[in-house]
Design a protein around this ligand. Structure first.
Ligand code: FES
Length: 159
């Protein structure tokens, strides 16, 4: 299975509803981009074209913002996105072993997507719950106190 780009109708509807939700203001750029990214799975070129038109922001600027934030992507991502916290407190709490277990279980490296389109693996800075490190986030679920041995069972919960 390959990751298919979303059709234009889905993309344009996602952009228009996000702009309607937050208003056509450049100040709302991040939440708008975030919503479209969540809805479509990533930010295709035509989403940035439409946002550029509606918000009157150059597409190059939108692309820079979309490339800067790791939660956003200009390339298709897998069905599930696993964000692994790479900040120091999680690292000290055993993050490296969990990171290796995640990479082994998914059989991919950072910023890659599994060939079946199910998983994309990225790293993130502190998720704000350092007290329960090591921490990772799968889609909207924050998972703390992860033990390397638990990784396959955690991943298996996501179909
Ligand atoms: S360092 Fe990982 S959640 Fe804060």
């Amino acid at each position: 299975m390959t990751i298919e780009p979303k059709d234009s109708k889905v993309v344009l509807e996602a952009v228009q509803s996000a702009v309607k939700r937050y208003g056509a203001s450049q100040d709302e750029l991040i939440p708008i981009l975030n919503d479209v990214n969540r809805e479509v799975g990533y930010l295709p070129g035509e989403a940035l074209d439409e946002l550029s038109r509606l918000l009157k922001v150059p597409k190059s600027q939108l692309f820079s913002v979309a490339s800067f934030y790791r939660m956003l992507s200009t390339k298709p991502r897998g069905k599930h996105v696993l964000q692994f916290c790479e900040s120091a407190p999680c690292h000290v709490a055993g993050g490296r072993e969990v990171w290796l277990a995640v990479k082994e279980a998914l059989n991919i490296e950072e910023n890659e997507t599994t060939p079946d389109g199910k998983w994309t693996l990225i790293t993130t800075s502190c998720l704000g719950v350092c007290g329960v490190g090591p921490v990772m986030m799968i889609d909207d679920d924050v998972i703390g106190n992860v033990d390397p041995k638990q990784v396959p069972a955690i991943l298996a919960k996501y179909q």
